[in-house]
Structures are given as C-alpha cells and as structure tokens.
Design a protein around this ligand. Structure first.
Ligand code: MIC
Ligand code: SF4
Length: 662
C-alpha cells in the first residue's frame, strides 16, 4: 500500500509514537516562525526555558502584525524582538518586510521540511510541499528549544483536483469551494492533501492561497506536492537548490477523498460573519460597497496585485469606495513597481499600506458604521475589522477589483471588464536587506535583551487543583472565535503585558466579564466558561488562554474545541471538557455552581469526568453546607492527548518543562 505525502514527510520526522491516525505522535521540527503579536510572549517563554540558542535548522521572527506603532508599546516590542533574535540565533524580518507567511514562502520554505509557526495560517507554506502547522507560542518556543511537537496523528483527506479554472475564477474561489464543502468545524485532526491532474495548473502562490484558508476549516494543515511549478517558483526566488520533487505514491491510501473539478467552480464569496458562510457571488450582486481591501496572507502575491492593477488601469475607483492595497511583502511591492503595476494602482486611487497584516486584523482601515467591506483576506468574524456593525465579505482579487470600480458587489464575469493574463515573472528582484541574519551578530552571548515598560512576565501557574469549585461566569453559543475571547486590532499592543490585556477578555461579548471573573478569583472561586460547538476557532493566539487563566478560569465546558485552542488551554492550566449530551449544555446557566472532585486522578485516567452542578441562586445560599445529594451531575469528556494531560496537571507547559517534562 502506497503512502500519502503527509505520511512520507511526517514519518521520518517522528521521534515519538507511530503512524496511526488519532494516536499521539511527537514530530521533529526543522523550522519555526513567529510573528510579533504572538512572538513577544513566545520569546518571553523561550527565555524562561533557559536554552542558550535555538536548536532548529532555521527560526525566523517576523514583525508584521503590530506595525502602526501608536504609542510606545509596539516599538518596545520590536526592539525586544530584535535583541532576542540577535542573542538566540534567530533570523529577524523587520517591520515593513512583509507578512510572515508570504515572506516565509518566498525566502525560507522548503519542500519536505516541517515548520511550526505561532500563527494559525502557518499552513500557507504547505503550498511548497512542506508540513507547516500553526500552534500556540509556547509550543513554538519549546520547538525552538529542540523539543518535538506533539499532536494527534492526522487522518488525511485527499482533495483530488481535475480540470482547470475558468477565467475570472481564481485560487480564492477554490479555497471558498472547499470551505463550502467542509465548513469551519468538525475537521480537527485532519490534513487536506491536494492531488490529481488539476494541481499542475496552479502556481505556488495560488496553492498558498488555498493552503492558507484550510486554516478556516480547522484542519491540522494543508499540503500540495512539490513539482515543476514548485521548481519554477523557487527558481524565480533564486532558490532552485532548495527544490526536491515530492508527491504521494501512485497507490497512496487516504482516510477520505473529495473530488473537485476546477472548471465547475464559479466566483464565490464568504458572507458576513463567517468564512464558512459561502455563497455564489452573484447572489449578493448589487449590494452597495464602501470599502475594498486587497491584501493579507491569503491574497497579496505579485499575481494578485498585478491583476487588480491591470483591471484598474486607466480608470478611477468608484467615488463611494475606499480602496486599500497592502502588498504581502516588500518583494511583491518592489516587483509590482518594477513592472509598472504599482503606478496603475496609485493612478486609480488605491491607498497603499506598507506590507503588513494591517486591515486584516483590524489594525487600521476599519470600515464605516454599518457599511459593507469587500476583502481578499480569510476571516470576516463579527467585529474583527474594528467596526462592530460592519459587514465583511471575503472575495477573490478579481471580485474586489470589479467592486472597487462599480461601487457594488458584482460577479466579475458580469462587470464588462477584459480578463487580463498575468504571467508569473521568471526572475524576481530579490532583496533580503530587511532580514537580519544570526551570523551578523559576532558575540551573541553578550547581547542584552531590551525590555520596555510594556513587557511583562510570562504566566506560570501552580499545579492543577485536586478539586474544582467554581461558578459559570459566562455562557456562550457556538463558534466562539479567539477574536471573541481576546480581541486583536487596537488591543494587540498589550500582547506582551498579560495584566493589561486581560482587561479586554470577551470585550465585544460581555464587557463586565474581566471584573466579574477577577472578583470570583479573588474570593477563592474557580471561574468556569460554558460554550457550544467549536470553541476557540480561528487564530492561534495563546492569549485567549493566558488572559482567561490569569483571571482565574480553570475550566471551559464546551460542545467541542478547536485543536490549537485546546492545546493552548492545557498549556496554561485550563481544563477543556466536552459535553457528552446537548441537554447538559442546555441545562447549564450563567451563575451555576460547578464542582469536580478528584480532578487529578480523573484527568489522568482518560475516562469520562463527572461534573456536579448547583443551579444558580441556590449556589450561594446553600453554600458548602449543602450535601452532595442536592447537586445534579453529568459526565463530560477530556479530549486532551496523554502528554497534554500531564502538562495541564503541572499547571501548564512552562511549569511542566521546568519540572523535567519533555
Ligand atoms: C489572525 O489572523 O487572527 C492572527 C492575528 O494572525 C492570529 C495570530 C494572533 O492573534 O496574533 C492567527 O491567525 O493565529
Ligand atoms: Fe496577518 Fe491576517 Fe494573515 Fe493573520 S490572517 S497572519 S492577521 S494577514
């Protein structure tokens, strides 16, 4: 029986466990990446591990998320990151050089390697034939220290492509078609592996767009083969030596298969407020648009921007539309400039933002109240743009350009435009001047780490308690994203200051939560969060676990959890428990008292865990005097892997590592 590509790459990287989908495996990590918004905390944790130099083949620290520098906080973070990079042997991609995933694809990604990144869109590099996985910052810090990355051995789904995309349909529509099929929940523990004849017609940047949005399905990663198109891309980057041919065996075995005929795909859009809310773009035609944003790690390549420029050539954006263009990297910016596309964009009235995440994470360019914004990015969660009532649609660059001209949503096939053919340049202008290399620091040991007043300490918890005695401080519905839990945008400047950032937990859901939780914590009670399906969707930001943990949260009861967030909860001493029956979720109310006895042995045993509930109102009145008989109870399960349970019991990954855990 032949092997799929995922297995062919992961198996030789195994340092623990064997290839058996669903079982825990430990994988050697060749490369890591961090970005500034998760990186400061990752490096504070790396420092706490006491390792003198990174042990990976390559580690890169990117500054791309927080580049507005409103106030001293971001600048202090950048300075801290630069000093850490010099001391510990890490490449530093400076602010303005571009979005981590785009730059990593261009300059560092290599077929056959493993990459762990503290950002959920790390799988973008799967477009190059590597296993690229997103994780919390602490897991990345541990990997930099030489530890394996532990995960559940994935089940692999083949996505078999046939045919070719038609004009006006692009890679973004493929990503949306896959989301339409698989949705944003229920795909935990899977890898999407693209196979079939249709793959050949897609360039690496197009594959990267598709791999990028696999993150929205919640899969462990997405991977494409490394073939002629990969060789051509690496050649254009002056990196032909990094190429190796890689693909699945002819008779490879997959756990599932999905066939997709590329010519059957039409222009699509993800409607507000979920990337899984996919509909044919034509259904939304006519909707008035006030903003169009082109960029983000999904669609900011040379081809994406050149195509938009060509469609706008000689025209001016609609008078009611603000058009924002953010190149994915300085390389993209310089090359669209070299080839005349930048001038076309500027002449058409585009507002240019430096290569960075920018609008995608609500860091600038928030839309007007109640308005519609069309974006080429990957997430349209409510409020993420920075405007609570804005309606964000996710579309292809083709659809974005058509709307920028007409002021309305229009299927680009109906917009009366001529389809431009954009050839990928054989050679790109390469300039790594904004990447600082480790060897440029002659005496790393003597480098002093620079900390500004905004840079706090990592969180280190006590071991997990024997008994949970707490109160449900908030009850939430399905698909609570990390953007709901821990808002980014203008609040991101507190990423390296847990105490300050914790004041914004659930800011857009329940403003009083932090004060209420802190009060319970200070009164000696544990804080409990209850939620529906797919809790912790979206980003890898571990602050969505750290800050609640700081506020006293020890237990999250939900119908299901997303992979990265569940790992982050364990890493910061919070027990994720899944309801076994919907009625137990229904019956639970905010204010209910929660009790779990013999927690540690129950968690370790791996079996169901009994949760006792004292209904709200009575909890305070009856207090500790009330006997067990007056409590109702239900069973819940803990889906953590065996090693994650040990981490949780130690109080989190840092205390675990300090007490000798691997
Ligand atoms: C995102 O797209 O939500 C982010 C911002 O890139 C996050 C990381 C973060 O919150 O810093 C992600 O995707 O992991
Ligand atoms: Fe940056 Fe947006 Fe990509 Fe996250 S999704 S890495 S914020 S561009």
């Amino acid at each position: 029986m032949g092997k799929n590509l995922t297995r062919k790459i992961l198996e030789p990287h195994l340092v623990d466990g064997a290839w058996k989908p669903g079982e825990e495996i430990g994988v050697r990590i060749d490369q890591t990446l961090t970005q500034d918004a998760t990186g400061t905390m990752a490096y504070l944790q790396f420092e706490a591990l006491g390792v003198p130099r990174v042990k990976t083949e390559l580690s890169v620290s990117y500054i791309d998320h927080n580049t507005l520098q409103i106030g001293f906080e971001n600048a202090d973070d950048h300075r801290y990151l630069a000093s850490v990079a010099r001391k510990y042997g890490i490449f530093l991609s400076r602010a303005g050089n571009g979005i981590c995933h785009q730059v990593h694809l261009e300059r560092f990604g290599r077929p056959g390697r493993t990459l762990l990144g503290s950002d959920s869109h790390t799988p973008t590099c799967g477009g190059l034939g590597m296993i690229a996985i997103g994780a919390g910052g602490l897991d990345v810090a541990m990997a930099m220290g030489g530890a394996p990355f532990y995960l559940s051995c994935p089940a692999v789904t083949a996505i078999r492509l046939s045919g070719r995309l038609r004009s006006w349909v692009s890679a973004k529509d493929v990503a949306l078609a896959v989301l339409a099929r698989f949705g944003t929940k229920g795909n935990v523990g899977r890898v999407f592996e693209y196979v079939g004849e249709g793959v050949k017609s897609l360039s690496v940047p197009e594959r990267a767009t598709i791999a990028n949005m696999g993150a929205e399905c919640g899969v462990t990663t997405t991977i494409f083969p490394s073939d002629e198109a990969t060789a051509a891309f690496l050649r254009s980057q002056g990196r032909e030596a990094d190429w190796t041919e890689l693909g699945a065996d002819e008779d490879a075995v997959y756990e599932a298969e999905f066939r997709l005929e590329l010519s059957s795909i039409e222009p699509l859009a993800a409607l507000p407020h979920s990337p899984g809310n996919v509909r044919p773009l034509r259904e939304a035609a006519g909707t008035r648009v006030e903003q169009v944003c082109v960029g983000s790690c999904t669609n900011s390549s040379y081809r994406d921007l050149a195509l938009v420029a060509k469609l706008l050539e000689g025209k001016t954006v609609h008078p009611d539309v603000g058009l924002v263009v953010t190149p994915g990297s300085r390389q993209v910016l310089r090359n669209i400039d070299r080839d005349g596309y930048l001038e076309m964009l500027i002449a058409a009235g585009a507002r240019l933002v430096e290569p960075s995440c920018g609008f995608c994470i609500g860091n600038g360019q928030s839309p007007a109240s109640g308005s519609v914004s069309l974006r080429t990015s990957n997430r349209n969660f409510e409020g993420r743009s920075g405007t609570a009532d804005a309606r964000v649609f996710l579309v292809s660059p083709e659809a974005a350009a058509a709307a920028a001209l007409s002021g309305r949503i229009v299927d680009p096939r109906d917009a009366g435009l001529k389809h431009p053919e954009i050839a990928a340049p054989e050679r790109l202008e390469i300039d790594d001047g904004m990447i600082l290399r480790p060897e440029a620091t002659p005496d790393p040991a003597s480098v002093e780490i620079v900390r500004g007043p905004n840079i706090g300490e990592p969180l280190v918890n006590a071991p997990f308690p024997e008994r949970i005695a707490g109160v449900v401080a908030i009850k939430l519905g399905d698909k609570i994203t990390t953007d709901h839990i821990m808002p980014a945008g203008s609040r991101m400047k507190y990423r390296s200051n847990i105490r300050a950032y914790a004041e914004y937990v659930f800011e857009n859901v329940d403003r009083d939560f932090p004060a209420r939780a802190a009060e319970l914590r200070d009164a000696g009670s544990h804080v409990v969060v209850a939620a529906g399906q797919s809790y912790g969707q979206g980003s890898s930001r571990e602050h969505a676990a750290i800050c609640p943990s700081y506020l006293g949260v020890r237990l999250v009861l939900a119908k299901s959890f997303e992979r990265i967030h569940a790992a982050n909860l364990a890493n910061f001493g919070i027990l994720p428990l899944s309801f076994l029956r919907d009625e137990d979720y229904e019956a639970l109310a905010a204010g209910d008292g929660i009790e779990i006895q013999d927690c540690r042995s129950q968690i370790r045993s791996g079996g169901a865990i009994r949760v006792f509930v004292r209904a709200a109102g009575r909890a305070a009145a009856e207090g500790a005097k009330a006997g067990r008989a007056e409590l109702r109870s239900f069973e819940a399960s803990c889906g953590l892997l065996p090693r994650q349970r040990e981490i949780l019991l130690a109080g989190g990954a840092l205390p675990y590592a300090r007490t000798g855990g691997r």
